[in-house]
Design a protein around this ligand. Structure first.
Ligand SMILES: *[C@@H]1O[C@H](CO)[C@@H](O)[C@H](O)[C@H]1NC(C)=O
Ligand SMILES: *[C@@H]1O[C@H](CO)[C@@H](O)[C@H](O)[C@H]1NC(C)=O
Ligand SMILES: *[C@@H]1O[C@H](CO)[C@@H](O)[C@H](O)[C@H]1NC(C)=O
Length: 386
């Protein structure tokens, strides 16, 4: 007889032997990807998962070939036995293909395929799904229990007793026989209510948005002010392309003034506002403008006894808002007299004296101011006809 105390040990040893020899199994799909009809610019999301022993690894291919693109995202779950393949934004025709999912372990290999078709937005059939309301950013307090996530008939997603692991990006998907439509995504933040009570959570927003564009003359300075609020208070910084311009110590107070001096080149600056609740940005385009160049090719078109008609070229590719003509009778004591602004490049000056020498010049204006005058053109009015 075996002493009672030894029995459990023998039993568990035989159980070990059993799992070692009999439980190995080749992979079998538990989730297979479905064919997708989506839109150009939209999203395709294929899901593939398998079981087996040892746990299989799942991989994706595009018509048998491996793929890599910035538009492709592979999200593993179940320790690599499941992979979501996401392609976005979709482009036709290069993404239209057969996508293969392969599950493999030491005992075998299985594969399954799904087809992706893409329709351009202007050719969608009438019944193609439409997203009427995209999900909204949300912050909730953390609590815990089970069976918490439900999809409501309205299309809402309800999560009871939020846990830290619920935090992340959420999107919804609408599908019917015509195709699939993904909403934009939104973030869910789960916060410790002792640190962030719900009423104190306010996503970052601007209180002072810097100007979208600012035109300046070369060598001048500008102060760009960006102020933001929110709870928790967001940090604010300025960037020029990918370069940080604000020292890290200056981050925390929800506002930032970028002081620019002796600006010589046009550039785009970005105010970046960031808190745990998200990032918002505002761009300011600094445009360095010079005064307009003098008009060129000032020519005499016609003279009469009392009028002179001239025309000119606008002399610069930069936008000109208007011109000013100045003229003067040619004599040592007379001065140039300015006429009212005009927007044409041809003009008849009237009310002149007959048989008189005149000097005429034109200058251009833009948003910055008046440019230097052109070289003067000389003209003599005709003798008065009797
Ligand atoms: C920018 O702010 C400084 C003070 O911080 C001031 O001296 C300067 O005149 C301002 N420049 C412009 C262009 O407003
Ligand atoms: C700034 O952005 C505008 C609009 O996106 C672009 O047209 C312009 O070329 C940019 N300027 C510079 C200096 O990068
Ligand atoms: C000046 O000439 C440029 C290029 O020909 C043109 O784009 C611009 O509109 C002109 N401006 C005026 C005020 O005529």
């Amino acid at each position: 007889m075996i002493p009672a105390g030894h029995l459990p040990i023998l039993l568990s040893m035989s159980a070990l032997l059993l799992t070692g020899s009999l439980a190995l199994s080749p992979p079998k799909f538990t989730k297979v990807p479905k064919d997708i009809i989506s839109t150009s610019g939209g999203v395709a999301s294929f899901v593939c998962q398998a079981t087996g022993d040892p746990k299989p690894r799942v991989t994706w291919n595009k018509n048998g070939k491996s793929m890599s693109s910035q538009r492709i995202e592979k999200i593993e779950f179940d320790g690599g036995a499941g992979v979501v393949l996401r392609i976005l934004p979709l482009r036709a025709p290069q993404d239209e293909d057969i996508y293969g999912c392969v599950a493999e372990n030491s005992e075998g290999k299985v594969s399954v395929q799904a087809k992706l078709s893409i329709i351009s937005e202007d050719l969608l059939p009438a019944g193609f799904p439409k997203i009427e309301k995209n999900p909204q950013l949300k912050v909730v307090s953390r609590t815990t229990s089970n069976g918490r996530i439900k999809q409501l008939r309205s299309g809402a997603l309800q999560i009871d007793n939020a846990e830290d692991s619920d935090e992340g990006k959420y999107e919804c998907m609408a599908s019917n026989v015509e195709g699939v439509r993904h909403s934009s995504y939104s973030r869910l933040y789960v916060r410790d209510p002792r640190v962030y009570p719900e009423e104190r959570i306010i996503p970052p927003h601007f209180s002072i948005i810097p100007p979208a564009t600012q035109e300046i003359v070369p060598g001048s300075s500008a102060n760009l002010t960006c102020v933001a609020a929110g709870s928790p208070m967001p940090c604010v910084k300025w960037m020029l392309n990918s370069e940080d311009l604000t020292p890290e110590d200056d981050y925390l107070d929800g506002s930032s003034i970028l002081k620019l001096k002796d600006i010589l080149e046009s550039a785009n600056y970005t105010c970046v506002v960031k808190s745990i609740l998200g990032i918002i940005k505002a761009n300011t385009q600094i445009i360095v403008k010079s005064l307009p160049k003098p008009p060129t090719f000032l020519v005499l078109i016609e003279t009469t006894a009392t009028s002179i008609t001239i025309a000119w070229d606008n002399g610069s590719l930069e936008p000109v808002s208007h011109y000013i003509i100045e003229y003067s009778a040619k004599s040592p004591e007379s001065k140039f007299k300015a006429m009212d602004p005009i927007t044409t490049t041809r003009y008849s000056i009237r009310g002149l004296s007959p048989n008189t020498d005149y000097e005429i010049r034109v200058s251009a204006f833009n948003a910055i101011g008046q440019g230097p005058p052109s070289d003067p053109v000389e003209a003599t009015t005709l003798k008065q006809a009797n």
